[in-house]
Design a protein around this ligand. Sequence first.
Ligand code: ASP
Length: 320
Amino acid sequence: MHIAVLTTGGTIAMRHSADAGGAIPVLGPAELAAALTVRFPVHTEELVNLPSSHFTLDTLCAIRERVAALVDDPAVTGVVITHGTDTVEETAYLLDLTVPGDKPIVLTGAMRTASDPGYEGYANLLAAVRVAADPQAWGAGALVVLNDEIHAARYVTKMHTLSTSTFQSPAWGPLGRVEGDAVLIERRPERRICTWRGLEPRVTLLKLCLGMETDLLEYEVARGTRGIVIEALGSGRVPPWWLPALEKARAEGVEVVIASRCPSGRVWDDYGYPGAYHTLAELGCLFADGLNGQKARIKLMVVLASAGPGMDVATLWKQT
Ligand code: ASP
């Protein structure tokens, strides 16, 4: 029985290179796991060694396939994934949404490279393995562990470009902490699993700003986009001049999900003016229910791919 550590690159695997003019991923799984093997039985394997800004949807699907296989392996008691911090919240949420079972799935990374003073990669990896080895993590869904905090994939987001305490769950706070050898999980969110049939790639994310015109939305509809997530204003509002373009998108069968550009909070409101929540609901828009825009995009890609002929996307969306 062992913990599987899957490495994918990111700053946790980087060192500065004079030739490259900056940090690049060079640490392989053996170097990353060197700090662990004396404490925990781990098997390490490398899937890719890339900055997470270089990941494609194929990379994401490959990570998902490998994690699902590891979760199914009776010899594996938990899975840890090392990952670049730029997009780890999207990978974590995809795993949370689509990998069934109770085995712990824990993602971690680092904000400083292995050539920086204060590299926190080993500490984060050790904490992640501690969480994956702990019975409390069973059934908690995918978790993101950095800076000794344990976050739910659904709520965690990268809040700061450089800080080692960048990962936060602005709406609800962390689920728990790692304190020395101890793993403390105070609460666990309800987990919702969606059938996995891959990712529908024709899904896009738009962010609304004051006075923004609808040309990007119209362009997306014209090029055959199947789903559009809009990071709308406040608790889910758009300018009134967006309503005709949204109506046209809906008439063409485009699924529209309203998230918020606020870093925290659900979408819902009681305003009576055009463009407010109820006018969007009347157009058949769906709502992100506290997911940020990038995670709502992942969910819409999963839901659109899993909805078979005659299946109602709205029902699937609301079930998960
Ligand atoms: N550029 C890095 C990445 O791969 C950042 C990090 O890992 O923190 O996302």
